[in-house]
Design a protein around this ligand. Structure first.
Ligand code: TXA
Ligand code: MG
Length: 315
């Protein structure tokens, strides 16, 4: 269990946020770049720091489900059920917004994405702040999300007022995003909460947006990608690779492989695989590998989420 941050550190973070500054904070998925979601100027700083296009809306993080009604026009029954089952946790729900959220945070949309994160430091911060924190992943736009405080410092350095350290993220990839405004709820991004968990809770089938959909920015090409060229392969493709190609490349695979310049052996289970995937992508870049072959995990509930990120990283 991750520990809390000291009270004086917490108070400093809250004072900065109240002053409209940007503070990076840990969540169970990836680190977030937080600012007061009801303060337009504060939210604009997030876009600047990330070099993120202003038409990509942000997730609003709250301390608990009771606060949702302060931010939405309507909290649908199905959304309540999912909140009860999966919050705090890696599930983001899109609902119709009310006037409290800054227009910049939702990129002018009539909807707002909301999540209650499951990390003791995030919850400590949100409770003490007593408001909503707009928080995208704390990386430069289009790059790999940070799963440790050091990743954030490496990426954003002095551009953020403060980085709260909550250790390594336990999930390791971004939350599931589900649109609750459509007739049938629609999963826009797969993540730690799976389609079957959602369908079991609601007792109905939900839709899953197709690859071509571009409603969430994480759906665009080049997202989740390291600088290295990522090539997705199957175990059976290994035989076709030339020795020269192998020795000049890295490989990330859930089996032991030989002949590559550098190899990361990953777990077969998708949930365990996702915990270290982004840290491994960063190591590949530190080793200045131009090409990294990736073999996906073979089992586990989080397979669709991991395959989604790997497919985008290789796009
Ligand atoms: O796990 C996570 O979700 C992390 C942590 C920090 O909570 N956050 C995260 O934020 O991944 P970000 O900004 O990197 O990705 C949020 C995605 C974006 O693709 C954005 O376009 C989409 O959510 N999104 C946000 N609000 C939306 C809305 N109102 N309608 C549709 N998509 C929305
Ligand atoms: Mg992101």
């Amino acid at each position: 269990m991750d520990s809390l941050v000291p009270q004086d550190t917490l108070e400093e973070a809250v004072a900065l946020l109240k002053d409209g500054q940007v503070v990076a904070f840990p969540t169970e998925t990836v680190y977030g770049l937080g600012a007061d979601a009801s303060n337009s100027d504060a939210v604009k700083k997030i876009y600047d720091i990330k070099s993120r296009p202003t038409n990509h809306p942000l997730i609003v993080h709250l301390a608990n489900a009771e606060q949702v009604r302060l931010w939405v026009r309507d909290f649908p029954d199905n959304a309540r059920k999912l909140a009860e089952a999966f919050w705090p946790g890696p599930l983001t729900m899109i609902m119709y917004k009310n006037g409290r959220v800054a227009d910049e945070a939702v990129a002018g949309s009539t909807t707002v994405a909301i999540r209650v994160p499951n990390h003791p430091v995030a919850l400590q911060l949100l409770e003490e702040f007593d408001g909503g924190l707009a928080g995208p992943s704390a990386n430069k736009f289009g790059q790999v999300s940070p799963t440790s405080a050091n990743h954030v410092k490496t990426d954003l350095g002095n551009n953020v007022a403060m980085v709260l350290d909550g250790g390594k993220c336990s999930v390791g990839i971004e939350s599931t995003i589900i649109d609750m405004t459509s007739e049938v709820p629609e999963i826009l991004r797969p993540g730690g909460i799976t389609r079957s968990q959602i369908e079991d809770t609601l007792g109905i089938e939900v839709n899953v947006s197709s690859e071509i959909s571009n409603r969430a920015s994480g759906m665009t090409k080049s997202h989740y990608s390291p600088k290295a060229n990522v090539i997705l392969i199957e175990v059976t493709d290994l035989d076709d690779l030339e020795e020269k190609t192998k020795s000049a490349s890295g490989i990330i695979a859930p089996i032991s492989v030989e002949g590559f310049g550098f190899a990361w052996q990953m777990p077969q289970d998708a949930e365990a695989y996702s915990k270290s995937l982004y840290a491994v992508f960063r190591e590949a870049d530190e080793r200045r590998l131009k090409t990294v072959y990736v073999i996906p995990p073979s089992e586990g509930e989080m397979l669709p989420a991991v395959v989604d990120r790997l497919t985008k990283a290789s796009a």
